[in-house]
Design a protein around this ligand. Structure first.
Ligand SMILES: Cc1ncc(COP(=O)(O)O)c(C=O)c1O
Length: 442
């Protein structure tokens, strides 16, 4: 691809995240603008965004109301520190988030990304137990195939080998329950698989091994996204909740992807009817227009931590320069208005059955060994090439891009999560492009 050299004259210095940098720079892919469902490349080609950027632009791109809110805020209050100070929009936003959360949540802590949200949540869980006099509860439990960002807490509790193996000993005192994917029993499930609720009992194994008195929390994504869209088996999350309750373990839902309508409800917690103790959020919180993340804690968590603090003193020694950034708050408030006024969560729920039907029409396409979906999240798992795991899906990604469709690849799975403004015809375009591309790769 010919790049505009006046615009980009040296590709070397930028070290791209989660990217094969050398391959990228040999054949760069770039976007220079976006609108609604489409990105535009430097040479003016439109690319259908079938992944909401990175599971985050839920309302589509460059929504005029969100753009205007950010512009106005930038010209009014560009920055305000949040340590012993604040600004009104941060309070307005926390109240709005509590209204969206399941009943019984009371406090919102702000940060700037999903990774920070997850590490903040783990710290809050530890501080909570300590404040209540249960300071032996320090063990953090995650799940295989979990993705909780890239902070040391997140990669320790997360369960993705490539994200962990280069970074030493990670955080000590972490363990993992098994993942919920079982191809033999769950293949071609539409939505939640019927089989596999008993995988939650793996938490009992860890309680038996470590003793509940050493365990602070369990962190899971209600629907793991980055490891290939794995809807929970029916009854699984309920069982996990029961086991946590039985042993006094906090349950943390990482809703960085599933929050803000991805399953058609405000949060996955409401979709599945399972209420965790802590919810982490980011991505769709601001429609990804300004980085922002957060931790939403249920009633009692802040109070317990405050109860152990010196009278009038700081309750939690944790925070970020950009916590509650005015631009992020403005973007989030405008985003929540757009979601509400345009009925986008309901629209997601309305489009989900069509998305499901069209995705599953790809059953029988060469190399496709499973198709999974829930809400507007979908995945097509391909059989890996014997000598090169991941290569087939990566080729699909490149070819789809060349044909004007952006998908996401994780291992040998091709994932999709379109913005909620997606039209039926665009779902057709996505599915037919995939049918042609997957049929054409070796
Ligand atoms: C479930 C989940 N948690 C955390 C993160 C990390 O978010 P960020 O990249 O904003 O740090 C992601 C990102 O994809 C995610 O999918």
């Amino acid at each position: 691809m010919a790049l505009d050299t006046a615009m980009v004259n040296d590709l070397e210095s930028y070290w791209l995240p989660f990217t094969a940098n050398r391959a990228f720079k040999a054949a760069p892919k770039m976007f220079v603008s976006a609108d609604g469902m489409y990105y535009r490349t430097p040479e003016g080609r439109a690319v259908l965004d079938a992944v909401s950027g990175l599971w985050c632009s839920n309302a589509g791109h460059n929504n005029p109301r969100i753009v205007a809110a950010i512009q106005k805020q930038a010209a009014t209050l560009d920055y305000a520190p949040q340590f012993q100070l604040a600004h009104p929009a941060a309070f307005e936003l926390s109240n709005r988030l509590i209204d969206l959360a399941p009943k019984g949540f009371s406090h919102v802590f702000y940060c700037n990304s999903g990774s920070e949200a997850d590490d903040s949540a783990l710290k809050i869980a530890l501080a909570y137990h300590r404040a209540r006099g249960e300071g032996t509860r320090t063990r953090l439990i995650g799940r295989e195939r979990g993705y909780h960002g890239v902070g040391f807490g997140g990669i320790s509790v997360g369960g993705m080998v490539n994200n962990r193996k280069s970074f030493g000993m990670l955080i000590p005192g972490v363990d993992h329950i098994r993942h919920t994917h079982d191809l033999a029993r769950q293949q071609w499930s539409r939505g939640m698989p019927e089989e596999g609720a008993e995988f939650a009992d793996d938490l009992e194994r860890l309680v038996a091994l470590h003793d509940a008195s050493t365990i602070a929390c369990v962190m899971v994504e209600p629907v793991p996204g980055s490891t290939g869209v794995l809807p929970p088996p029916k009854g699984y999350l309920q069982r996990l909740r029961q086991i946590c309750d039985k042993h006094g373990i906090l349950l943390i839902f990482d809703e960085v992807i599933t929050g803000f309508g991805r399953l058609g409800s405000n949060f996955a917690a409401q979709h599945f009817g399972v209420t965790p103790d802590i919810i982490t959020i980011a991505k769709g919180m601001t429609n990804a227009c300004v980085p922002m993340g957060g931790v939403i804690a249920r009633e009692g968590i802040f109070d317990a931590i405050a109860g152990a603090a010196a009278p009038g003193g700081i309750e939690l020694f944790h925070g970020y320069t950009y916590s509650g950034h005015p631009l992020a708050c403005a973007a989030a408030l405008a985003t929540l208005d757009v979601y509400k006024d345009e009925g986008l969560f309901a629209r997601c729920a309305e489009m989900a059955p069509y998305f499901e039907d069209r995705l599953h029409s790809l059953r029988g396409t060469p190399h496709v060994e499973d198709i999974r979906n829930i809400g507007l999240m979908g995945a097509r798992q391909l059989t890996p090439r014997a000598d090169a795991p991941g290569a087939r899906a990566m080729e699909v990604f490149h070819r789809c891009f060349d044909k004007g469709v952006l998908v996401r690849v994780t291992g040998d799975t091709v994932a999709m999560s379109p913005p909620f403004i997606v039209e039926r015809g665009q779902i057709d375009q996505l599915v037919e492009t995939l049918r042609e591309v997957i049929g054409g790769v070796s």
